[in-house]
Design a protein. Structure first.
Length: 66
């Protein structure tokens, strides 16, 4: 519900698109972003450092105005 409210507020403020970054693999987060209408636009290998390891990071994007 937070994401729905956030995207509505951003759209009302004139923001054109939103981008979400996700440490991969993370099927639950991917499912959430895609449920919100976001599409995967990038996948970078081993660029994020988390839990003492290099991780892949993906980016999802959604246009708020058609």
């Amino acid at each position: 519900m937070l994401y729905i409210a956030l995207m509505a507020e951003l759209k009302a403020c004139g923001v054109q698109s939103v981008i979400g970054g996700i440490t991969l693999p993370n099927q639950a987060s991917v499912a959430l972003h895609e449920k919100m209408g976001m599409k995967k636009v990038a996948h970078f290998e081993k660029i994020g450092f988390k839990f003492d390891q290099w991780q892949d990071v993906g980016y999802w994007q959604k246009s708020l105005h058609s």
